[in-house]
Design a protein around this ligand. Structure first.
Ligand SMILES: Cc1cc2nc3c(=O)[nH]c(=O)nc-3n(C[C@H](O)[C@H](O)[C@H](O)COP(=O)(O)O)c2cc1C
Ligand code: SF4
Length: 429
């Protein structure tokens, strides 16, 4: 690691991502905190949240909390989400992209199936994944202040057949064309956590014996085909990225070298960047770490760099310490730092870092009350930043019962008592 680095200079250097130049290396990561309308259109709050962060100086915004297929809309565990699968929403989405562009900031759309092993079966339709393998949420892998009394085992998904894989590909490609027409400057395919595409990447969740399972090359096939099809749809200059898991962090799971090997098979199809994502729902403690720089300490960006070379932009996660992020860029491990919770706590983080006002940064405490709001489908708020969730003053506030739920879900005594009661109920069944 370099001994000293000019943080402001490194993080303030523009970055070219295919046909788009971003003005600095600090990226707002995708978060389902946008409070779109119940129909899935951007609301005043959606626009106010994003423009507030654009004015706070980030170089790029990746818009998450979205779905790009009907199935995603029906089966997502989280609501409400933005819909990128509806042609009649294009004008509304354009209002969002215009507003962010007026602040001088480009934005990419996350194309996220939002279903898969973490999907919720609705309307009598089974959930789908690479292979029938449930997600087990338990106390072991959970981050601080998140409790799941009694643990949770998701329903068993069905193995997706080739026709279903191709049909989803068509939906995602259509969504890519649609968001491009609606003014987005690039797209990021979501293949992380325990959703549909990520279930193909690791041998832990992919037990298939057909052309989509087995070797790293075969496990990469679904995304290689998808990237190639999106490339045809959007043209050569349009940035296409992939958000992918980099480490299962599970016994018997796949480590960074294995994931990086899969990535290396996808890149030639036309990938411009990879957003590195730690762990998944079963190892959520690693996905939302409590200290800065864990990804670098685990050697994950380094493994990806070795596997995919210098032409693919790598986005580091969960490294709010500006010196650590700048050093990682300076050392050539990654090209940019993508942040989520820190951007809830302080929308001006980027400006403060780039103007040498680090002492003014409001630091995220990693106590995860925002995540509890997400899990309970309540409006997400941040106790370090009262404005968060109310960037549009008319935005819906959490209802009193939702506030109590968010508090209780983070209280180990309340959750411990529920855990005991759940155990007694189960034993007496
Ligand atoms: C409230 C909340 C909502 C999130 N929603 C999304 C999402 O829609 N898509 C996504 O890829 N990641 C989502 N994430 C994960 C973050 O993008 C990020 O990977 C994670 O918080 C770790 O980064 P951090 O340490 O900078 O917070 C969400 C995280 C939070 C806290
Ligand atoms: S609620 Fe806590 S963990 Fe979430 S962004 Fe705010 S300070 Fe960070």
């Amino acid at each position: 690691m370099s001994s000293s680095v000019d943080t402001k200079k490194v993080l303030g250097t523009p970055l070219k991502i295919n046909g788009v130049v971003i003005k600095n290396r600090i990226i707002l990561g995708p978060m389902a905190v946008l409070r779109p309308t119940g129909e899935g259109r951007p609301s005043g709050q959606t626009i106010a949240f994003l423009t507030r962060r654009a004015r706070g100086g980030v170089g790029l915004i990746i818009v998450g909390g979205s779905v790009c297929s009907d199935r995603g809309w029906n089966e997502s565990p989280f609501t409400p989400l933005l819909r990128f699968d509806r042609e009649d929403f294009v004008e509304d989405i354009k209002r969002l992209t215009d507003a962010v562009h007026e602040c001088g900031t480009p934005l990419f759309a996350q194309l996220f199936p939002s279903f898969g092993r973490m999907g919720v079966p609705r309307n009598g339709v089974s959930i789908l994944a690479a292979s029938p393998k449930s997600v087990r949420l338990g106390s072991g892998g959970l981050p601080p202040n998140i409790y799941v009394p009694g643990g949770h085992i998701s329903p068993l998904p069905e193995e997706a057949d080739v026709a279903q894989i191709k049909a989803l590909q068509d939906r995602v490609v259509e969504a890519a064309g649609r968001v491009k027409r609606a003014g987005f400057d690039g797209v990021e395919i979501g293949a992380h956590m325990c959703y549909f595409y990520s279930s193909f990447l690791s041998p832990l969740s992919n037990k298939r014996t057909d052309e989509y399972g087995g070797s790293a090359e075969s496990r990469a096939r679904i995304l290689r085909d998808l990237v190639a099809a999106i490339r045809e749809e959007v043209g050569p200059d349009y940035p296409i990225g992939l958000r992918m898991s980099v480490n299962d962090h599970m016994p018997g799971g796949q480590g960074p070298e294995g994931f990086a090997e899969v990535a290396a098979h996808i890149v030639p199809a036309g990938l411009d960047f990879i957003s590195l994502s730690e762990g998944n729902y079963e190892s959520m403690r690693d996905n939302v770490p409590s200290v800065s720089g864990t990804m670098l300490a685990h050697g994950e960006p380094q493994a990806f760099r070795r596997a995919v070379g210098k032409d693919v932009r790598l986005f580091l996660s969960s490294t709010p310490n500006p010196t650590q992020a700048a050093t990682a860029i300076n050392d050539g491990h990654v090209e940019a730092s993508m942040l989520a919770r820190q951007m809830l706590a302080d929308p001006d983080y980027a400006s403060k870092v780039l103007e040498g006002r680090e002492h003014e940064i409001v630091w995220c405490d990693h106590a995860n009350s925002c995540l509890r709001g997400l899990i309970l489908n309540a409006p997400v708020t941040c106790h370090k930043n009262r404005e968060m969730g109310q960037e549009d003053p008319s935005a819906q506030r959490p209802k009193p019962l939702q506030k109590i739920g968010v508090w209780a879900a983070g209280n180990r005594f309340v959750m411990g008592a529920i855990d005991v009661i759940a155990g007694i109920v189960q034993r007496n069944r």
